[in-house]
Write a protein that binds this ligand. Structure first.
Ligand code: ATP
Length: 337
């Protein structure tokens, strides 16, 4: 038996003359948590809508469990969906909101309450089941909509920017909870996000998109440490594009935390700005080593607070930086920054 759950094959979507998706192909396995990550307008939501059947692909096929679902209406696809906006009925309690979806699916009456309670328990909301959405926090409302999706025992879950409307602390907590629930239930899940940190912390596999295309597919570690394109290197984490001002065809890049800082034995540099970020300091240093090809380049460097304090790094400090060869990324394409 194959482990493949979803297969998207050569899918394109045009809106009139406009290409929203171009030749999208990827696979996901059973139990996987996949993030579609990319900037606004790259086509993430369009792709999710095609998988849900809310829109039709112009070209290509979509398979679930090796069954071609390309032309199947949404009602026959057996998925749960959660939106950024919660989409709860304000006049119904949390419990009734969850029950609503089950009744709509014509689940036998005696099972409706039981399934709704089970789902609310899974998202840890039984204690507020009689409250209305307005009496719940944003995070709780989003958990109600997750419970509503889970109550239907869906074959897969689609999450469209589910955390974007929440504040930072709640978002971090819910990231963890959603991932725990997904692992517990084993439901294959696809989440759309433009937040790289969200994708890195939650996904088994990240599909990085830009301009209607997939740029890279990989584990969080793969897309972070081996970005296959300057766009990915720039979109995920921070990056220095070193010789972008030169006439060279290739571009060299390195992440700020991979640059080593010492008092001597390296490229002589002057600290121009210091930003405190808690565990690390983000420095911008200017290379003043006249013989270096990096002469006059401004480079972002992250140093641990421990080292920054030991070296007493401040604006105007003189440092020596080294760029370890095994951390340097090289690309053929010139980058426009
Ligand atoms: P965001 O994070 O802003 O939602 P996204 O990556 O999800 O971005 P999509 O919503 O998939 O992007 O949109 C991709 C492109 O397709 C956008 O330029 C959008 O304007 C266009 N688009 C989406 N739906 C339609 C439509 N029904 N008709 C015309 N153009 C559309």
């Amino acid at each position: 038996m194959t482990n493949s759950f979803l297969k998207v094959e050569g899918v394109s979507k045009h809106f009139g003359q406009f290409t929203a998706l171009e030749q999208i192909s990827f696979q996901m396995n059973k139990n996987e948590f996949v993030c579609l990550l990319g900037p606004s307008g790259c086509g993430k939501t369009t792709l999710l809508r095609l998988i849900a059947g809310l829109d039709q692909a112009t070209k290509g096929r979509i398979y679930v469990n090796e069954r071609d679902i390309t032309n199947l209406p949404p009602a026959k696809r057996n998925f749960g969906i959660v939106f950024q906006s919660y989409a709860l009925f304000p006049n119904l309690t949390a419990l009734k909101n969850v029950e609503f979806g089950l009744k709509a699916k014509k689940i036998p009456k005696q099972q409706v309450r039981e399934k709704a309670m089970e789902a609310l328990e899974l998202v840890d909301l039984l204690h507020v089941m009689d409250k209305h959405p307005a009496q719940l926090s944003g995070g709780q409302q989003q958990r109600v909509s997750l419970a509503r999706a889970l109550a239907l025992s869906p074959e897969f879950l689609l999450l469209d920017e589910p955390l974007s409307a929440l504040d930072a602390k709640v978002r971090e907590k819910l990231r963890y909870e959603i991932r725990m629930i997904q692992e517990k239930t084993g439901i294959p899940t696809i989440m759309v996000t433009h937040d790289q940190e969200e994708a890195l912390t939650m996904a088994d596999k990240i599909i990085v998109m830009n301009n209607a295309k997939i740029v890279q597919t990989g584990t969080p570690q793969e897309v972070y440490y081996q970005p296959n394109h300057p766009f990915v290197a720039d979109f995920i984490g921070s990056i220095n594009f070193i010789n972008k001002h030169s006439n060279l065809k290739d571009v060299v890049a390195i992440r700020p935390e991979h640059i080593k800082v010492t008092e001597e034995n390296g490229l002589l540099s002057i600290v121009e700005t210091v930003e405190f970020k808690g565990p690390v300091y983000r420095l911008k240093v200017k290379v003043v080593e006249p013989t270096s090809s990096l002469f006059n380049e401004l480079v972002k460097v992250d140093v641990s607070a421990h080292i920054a304090h030991r070296l007493n790094i401040q604006k105007g400090s003189q440092l020596a930086i080294t760029l370890p060869e095994n951390r340097i990324l090289a690309y053929k394409e010139q980058v426009v920054v």
